[in-house]
Design a protein around this ligand. Sequence first.
Ligand code: T1G
Length: 683
Amino acid sequence: MNNENQTAVTIEHRNHVGLVTVNYAPVNALSQAVRAGLVDAIEQLEADFNTKVIVIRCEGRTFIAGADIKEFGKPPTAPFLPDVVNRIEACEKPVIASLFGTSLGGGFEVALACHYRVAINSAKVGLPEVNLGLIPGAGGTQRSMRLLGPKQALDMVTSGKHVGVTALKDSGLTDAIFEKDLDKNTIAFAEQLIAEGKLTPRRVGEMNVLGDFDWQAAKAGIVKKARGKDAPVVAFDVMEKTQAMSISDGMAYEREQFLILRKSEQSAALIHAFGAEKAASKLSIDAKPLDVVKVGIIGGGNMGSGIATAFLSSKFSVQLIEQTEEALEGGLGRIKGNFAGNVKRGRMSQQAADDCVAQLNGSIDYQTLADCDLVIEAVFEDIDVKKTLFAKLDDVCKADAILATNTSYLDIDEIAATISRPQQVVGMHFFSPANIMKLMEVVKADKTSDQVVATAMNVGKKLKKVSVLVGVCFGFAGNRMYTRYGREIQQMLLEGATVEQIDKAMTGWGMAMGPLAVQDLSGIDIGHNARSAQPFPEHDQGYFRAAATMVEAGRLGRKTQAGFYTYGEDGKPQNDPQVEELLRAKAKSLGITQRKIDAEEIVDRALFALISEGLALMEAGIVQRLSDIDVIWLHGYGFPRHKGGPMFQAQQLGDVNVANSLADLQNQFGEDIWPITDTDAMG
Ligand code: T1G
């Protein structure tokens, strides 16, 4: 063994049990040192006369969590993982995997190659490769269908879900599940094998795939769920094609398909998304977060009650404030309703819901906020209303309380400037429904202290949100880009693209919903009323004038059964010729000549609007990194994860192509609409 292998994988002897320990922080990923160390350890112990049974166990927080993502993109180095797992399986002495934490991907493949698996009851296993645009590349498809059966294996491989070992008990995954003392119990299990003379290896690779499984019936559901992602469909094809093959032929075909996906743009995008999320959680400041236990939430409307639900679900205690007893009752009712919904949908037990609701209190008296560590306001979007409210908070809240606003657009610097402790003010911008949507923008205002920023980010982590740090500007990062995107869509409507064409082009490209269907859902009048507070920019003919036309015609969206679409009794959107007529007339009145616009132009312009605004945000220092923008779009706006995010798309095109395309758009539509954006940030 060389030095690194020696520390990553070590051997100890406990009587006749050989203990192989992987110790490679943070998650025991299968780096070259771990792979080589495992092979060396198995070979040494196999040759060791005294050793009868071998245990593979890990130090730290988890059993092996998969291939080492840091090695992706680098030339592969021997020993390759398929050879490592095959070497473990081929071992002439029984090998036991001792599972805890999350045994994922290559880590689960190692476990499947062992002859026995024992686990602590909280352990989870999974084949999450599809989340990285891949399929298992070291026998995961092959051994899972042999051991767990095709149905369970297909479900795990194509969904990437982590599954608890207790849920897989009946499928024969584990030979023992322990409630505590994993190491002690694993060694006892090994000693029992020795005592019972069970010293022949049981190889999953030598099993046949059992059951008369209807593969074709399963396919349609997998293709539908994949929603444009290639990997789950490839996984299905691999498993279906290889089910009757030998393990070596099956693994060869699996590896071939794995290597093709390794080079795909989807995989690059998904791996980028994983890294971008990890990077977004990192701060360049070094401040210790404050403890937050009790949280005040002002406003029990949809947003406030969603935020309260999120906090209660993460075991915070919540004090809800409303203006009247009636409104308070309504807010408390909405929160309790969210928990009842969770119980009904099987997301949590009645007891767990009751425990969360027990931490909820409400009042119309602001004094009850005096002992809150954090207060978040989610009241009406009006700067004067918010200033008055912050003045009250300044009076009643304890000195180190963090005072947060959930505003989507307003100037937090202006709000903070009106109170005596602007360093305590921060934006915590949740997305609706706040108890479901993963994204939270943490908005650092001019005077916000580092400690307050660190605390808000830490709270986001506890809420299991994806938190991204942004700076103050109109709409912060997400909504500012969303406005630019929406504006471009609106202009294309006036230029002659139809509602259906736009939505189809964008969903066909991968967006979760068409932008116009989204407008209908949220109510066209909401944005329109907010925008109408200012005069529409004269120079910008596209500026949300299509939306204004709909509102003027009383077409406010789903709530009036008519918006960009008309909604029948069944609630399904239908195209309405009246809409085209209204838009044609509007275009004519603005002197816009309508023309045919194809799907490619729609997607290009929508995407370049996002890219252009994203680059501007980076230049203005509103975001810390370009990849933070991708995280915001993946988690707040339904951007397809397998496309990585708007800035990943830009990077795929390259800075020269992006600069050229932006220059073309500027020539066509003018500098006011397509201002010069610097592509330097793309590096
Ligand atoms: N490789 C390298 N580093 C990893 C890693 C990995 N696989 N997984 C996590 N990390 C780092 C992560 O960047 C972070 O680093 C730290 O560990 C803690 O992570 C051939 C193709 C394991 C459930 O997809 O799902 O095997 O930021 O903050 O919430 O078939 O990380 O501290 O510097 O997320 O407790 C399959 C992905 C690979 C697992 C832990 N495996 N990871 O969650 O902590 S493909 C995965 C996770 C494969 C074979 C193939 C989670 C976690 P830093 P964390 P966490």
